[in-house]
Each structure stands twice: as structure tokens, then as C-alpha cells.
Design a binder for this molecule. Sequence first.
Ligand code: PHE
Length: 449
Amino acid sequence: MKETRTQFATRLGVIATTVGSAVGLGNIWRFPYEAGVHGGGAFLLIDLFFIFIIGVPVVCAEFIIGRHTGSNIRGAFRALAPGRQWGLVSYIGLCASVMILSFYSVVAGWTMHYTVKSIGGFSGVTTPEALHAQFDAFASSDIAPTAWTLIFLAVNYLILSRGVQKGIERMSNILMPMLFVILLLFTVNSLMMPGASDGLKFLFTPNFSEITPSVVLGAMGQAFFTLSLGLGCLITYSSYFKRETPLLRTSLITAGLDTLVAILAGIIIFPAVFTFGQEPATGPKLVFEVLPSIFANMGGGAIWSTLFFLLLFLASLTSTISMAEITIAYFEEEFGMKRKKATAISIAVSMVLGTLCALSFGSLGGVKLFGMTLFNLFDYTSSNILLPIGGMIISLFVGWVLDRSIVRGELLAGGGRITGWGVSTVVFCLRWLAPVCIGLVFVYGLNIF
Ligand code: PHE
């Protein structure tokens, strides 16, 4: 199996696909809404702590497992810890990937709908109130959001069934740089709004009185979600890395660019929130209600808006493809399925669950489990519980169980100026810091005792 596997062709390709997986709705949709609900600056600060102190080492751990074994998540653990329980973490990853793909596709469907709406200039609607009403009417209207969710998943099928490497790698190489340029343009535009200073104050001034254990749990979940971490996505992608790819450097670049995009998204959204007198704590609808108000009041708004939602859609696509790749590689390699069949099964399951998530804003809005709609339940459970548990198991495994020579060998391969010190620091974080922090956040955040 190993010889026939594809690899990412170039160094740029490795970065573009990995950053393509990391950068997506998590940065531009989820980060602003979570920060909005949880008091802005303090949330950002805790999120940064989790991304760089806990996230980066765990990203390295996934890379080490993936590249060393060149295998899907189940196969990777079987190769490294035959017959032992560690492999159970692959099932957590598979469940989490299906859940995330399902609710994420709903929001990606919204971006497709908004791309089309933008072309028509939001039917001439310009006031924030009317734009809100327009979004609410759309999101709660069963048929359209469900249809867009299914269309989005069908697009995933078309790309994935043909084999990702060439398509995805090439697509990411072009799209990711474009996304950065557009975001920078919007950032400049937002900074010139009357509400800019209030918005920036909200985003950058930490007000620790807002911080409760559950906010810390949310920030940890956001860090794992935005790095595509804890579910084996990076194990799967790094199984396509070459021997020369420097792992620590790649993880730092990914975390750095991913964070930059989230911060830019915050700088774009919060000044507009304050300029148009809106509420930062709106939740999942925030971006879709606030951004159209900016566009409506900008010269050439329809063009900017189309471009923005189109790029957001494409950024979502490079993320969902990486999620689906986890189950596809698993079905292909563990059950000897053909790529098309493996892709069809993965996408079909998410089509069913995605439909239920789309209806969570409409007819199924009253159906709640643990006080949450299915959409919120999938979002909350995957990010705040499954990904950190997965991350903790992966870091314990690489820190304590995996042969130290493998860890050293993988981290030092490809150069990237890492020294013995760097290796020891990563190992220390994996052995102690990450598991202890994740454990403490769970105990307090979920109020376990
Ligand atoms: N990191 C992606 C984002 O921020 C979401 C994602 C989660 C992708 C898990 C893959 C796996 O949008």
C-alpha cells in the first residue's frame, strides 16, 4: 500500500494544503463568533496560548505519526502500537470528522448561497436590519439551506473521488495566497470605519472578568478546531509528506498563518459590528449578518461581496476535503475499497447528518439534546470534547510510548534548523504540558467534580 501512495509534490504544496486545511470557516466564521460571545480580547489571548503552547507540539505529534507510518489513522496506530488500545483514538477521530463535516457543510452551503446572492447585490437590501431579516428568513427556511448543504457535499465528492493530491494541491497553491490578499484589503477598509477603535478595543483588550472555566474550554476547543487537530486529519495529510519536509517548521508556519487569518477576520468584523450598532454576541449567524452590511455600504459592494463569499466557500472546501480524506483513506486502506466507493460512503453519511444539521435552524429547531440543537451539539461536542481528548491521547502516545529515536528522527529529518533542544522542548510539551493542561481544562470546564 505504501509504495502506491501519492505525496505532495512541492514544499509550497505541503504548506498550501496544510494551511488550506487549517484556514477555513474556523478562522473567519467560528473565531469571530466565539470571541464575540466570550468577551473578545481575553478569549483571543487564551486561544493564542492553546494554539502555540499546546497546539504546535500536538501538530508535530500528528506529523510524526503520519509521516513515519505513511498510513491512514487506524493503520498508523496498528503499525506503531500493534495490538494495544492506543488505536482506539482513531475511532474518536473518525466520529469527529463525520460530525464536523456534517455541520461545517451547512455553513459552507450558506457561503455558496451568499455568493449567489452577492451577485444580485442582496436584492437591493442595504440596511443592517433588513439584511438580518433576510439571513434569518433564509437560514430558517428548510429547503434552500438543505439544498446548498447537499450541493456543497456533492462538490466535495466530485473533487475527492478523482483523487485529491493534484487537484487539491494545485487548487490550494492558487487560492490560499488570493485569500490573504483579499483579507488584507478588507482589513484596511474596516480600519477606516467609524467604529474601528471600539471594534479593535473589543478584540484586543482582555477583560478577564469575562473568563470562566467554560470560556477556557471554548478557547481550547477553538484552538484544536482551527488547527484541524486531534482527529487525525494531520496524521492523514502528513502521510503524504516527503522525508525532506521539516515538521516543526511546517507546524509553526501553519499555526502562524492560521492565527493571522483569524486575527484579520476579527479586525474585519468587529469594527463593522460597532459601526453598524450590532451585537458582538450573536453566535453562528454573526458573519453572515455583519459582513453584508459592510458590503452594502461600500463602493462596488456587489463585486467585493461576491469575491469574499466565493473565497470563503473555497477556503471551506480546502478544509472539508481534508476532513473527508480521513475517512476515505481509512476505508480505502483498511477495507480495500476503491477510492470512488470510499468517497461515496463518506459523503453520503454526511449528507444525511448534514441535512439534519441544516434543519436545526428551521423545522428541527425545537429538537434538542442536552439543551442544544443538533448543529450546536455537533459543533460543541466535536471541538470542545472529542478533539481535545484525541489530542491528549496523541500527545501521551508520542510523548511516552513511541520510541524516542522515531520522534527524534522525524523531527530532525529535513533540517529546518531544529536542534536537540527543540526536540526536548517538543517532547516535554507532549509528555507533561499538553496532557496536564487539557486535563485541567476538562475538569474545570465540564465541571467534572
Ligand atoms: N481547521 C478548519 C477550519 O478552521 C476546520 C477543520 C477541522 C478542518 C477539523 C479539518 C479537520 O476551518
